[in-house]
Design a protein around this ligand. Structure first.
Ligand code: HEM
Length: 407
């Protein structure tokens, strides 16, 4: 071997080794170099920094200080009374936190109230599909996102999944609420709190042996790339499925639904240069960020089990096979297998025949006699699930964690 090609080989090997150490070459974290164009973002331009190396510096440092001072219980206590978007911050909050929250609660200058109103109406009229897709699509898909599954599993909330689901459902509820970003709504509150929770988790998880052993070399969790992965598993996935299911969605509704998620990303601390400006740009980013990271993890399989058990609790397990089959129908067999969803030879063919007919009937595209009887049982079960999933979220207050999941 000549000197040049030997050096080339060593160099390549070295580079791969370094990538491996950073977790980039592991199957769960493998993805191509960041080349999504910031020209397709709401900012319209950007430095092009890979969001894998960007977190939320200001919030992360602030929560680091709050944790070190032992202020978390006091802050949680005070924030319990902060529930409406237009409410002043509670008196007694530490000065540094108050300053941060005063800034963080402001909507971006590009927020468009008319679009937010259209989105709220859209969420209402298409609630059954959107709710089913968040709960039985995105919610379960999150267990096939290795970094998210592990972060959730090893953080404090991982020990009580029922509580966690209720809290996460609250975000789904608040996003779809008619008042979401109105003064009397609560989406700003939920997003700002979640931003604080994520910043606390970035300080805490690096101290969890369970997390550091499985993080594939990632040193700090919940990077901006990770947040956008989850964002696509919610927003981009839901819009794609609505199109697959041939649910009629007008251009104004589709723009509005994107907008509510753009504002949400901003409020969660994502830089505008990473927030897609159009669905086309979102699809391109999703292909780069989400598709390559989906994978099976032990933690994800365990979380799926817990999630389905919670669903089974609703009706002594009667609808569990249906729910499993519906999730498989929604997510596809590849993801279904990754997260260990059961195969349901009775329900699966039935759902793939009946669901499109049910959608067509609901959207007044076909007459009633064409809808098979079984479709109504299915709709009833899904409606029940969606209602419970959303209503359980109501009285919950998100709490900033100050520990990880106990061993
Ligand atoms: C907490 C939403 C991205 C990991 C939360 C909570 C909400 C939420 C509403 C509070 C619920 C709770 O306290 O359990 C979101 C949204 C995201 C996103 C809307 C993106 C659009 C991520 C990502 C990760 C992550 C990418 C990890 C890679 C966590 C963890 C907690 C949390 C570990 C704390 C659980 C605890 O209390 O211990 N998130 N999240 N999240 N999130 Fe996220």
């Amino acid at each position: 071997m000549d000197e040049l090609s030997r050096r080339k080989m060593l160099l390549t090997g070295g580079a791969l080794g370094a990538l491996g150490a950073l977790g980039l070459a592991s199957p769960a974290g493998a993805r191509s170099a960041w080349n999504w164009a910031a020209s397709g973002s709401v900012a319209g331009s950007g430095a092009g920094t890979d969001p894998q190396w960007v977190w939320d510096d200001e919030a992360d440092q602030l929560l680091g200080a709050i944790l070190r001072r032992g202020d978390v219980p006091k802050v949680n206590e005070l924030l319990r009374t902060w529930t409406r978007n237009d409410q002043p911050l509670p008196a007694g909050l530490p000065q540094d936190l108050r300053q941060f929250m005063d800034k963080a609660r402001r909507l971006p200058p590009w927020a468009d109230q008319k679009k937010l109103d259209t989105a709220a109406l859209f969420n209402k009229t298409k609630g059954i599909y959107v709710g089913a897709l968040y709960g039985l699509g995105s919610g379960l898909m999150s267990t096939a996102i290795p970094r998210e599954a592990r972060a959730v599993y090893y953080s404090k909330g991982g020990a009580d999944m029922k509580d966690r689901i209720a809290k996460t459902a609250k975000l789904g509820y608040d996003v779809g609420d008619l008042d979401a970003f109105q003064p009397q709504g609560s989406m700003i509150v939920t997003a700002v709190r979640t931003r604080l929770v994520h910043a606390a988790v970035r300080n805490l998880l690096p101290k969890s042996p369970g997390w550091t052993d499985t993080s594939g070399g990632q040193k700090i969790p919940i990077s901006q790339a990770d947040v956008m992965v989850t964002w696509h598993s919610l927003a981009t996935f839901v819009m794609r499925k609505l199109n697959d299911w041939k649910v009629p969605v007008s251009r104004a509704e589709s723009d509005a639904y994107l907008h509510v998620w753009q504002v949400t990303a901003h409020m969660l601390g994502v830089r505008d240069e990473y927030i897609p400006a159009t669905w086309e740009a979102a699809d391109a980013q999703s292909r780069q960020l989400l598709d390559p990271v989906l994978g099976r993890t032990d933690e994800g399989v365990k979380l799926t089990e817990v999630l389905l058990d919670i669903v089974a609790e609703l009706d002594a397990g009667v609808t569990r096979p249906l729910v499993s089959a519906f999730s498989r129908y929604t997510l596809g067999d590849r993801i279904g297998d990754m997260i260990g969803l059961s195969r349901e030879p009775f329900w699966q063919p039935l759902i793939s025949t009946a669901w499109p007919l049910l959608v067509a009937f609901r959207e007044k595209l076909i007459p009633l006699p064409l809808v098979p009887e079984a479709a109504w049982a299915m709709e009833e079960a899904i409606r029940k699930f969606v209602l419970l999933f959303l209503s359980e979220g109501r009285p919950i207050h998100l709490e900033i964690p100050d520990t990880n999941r106990p061993h």
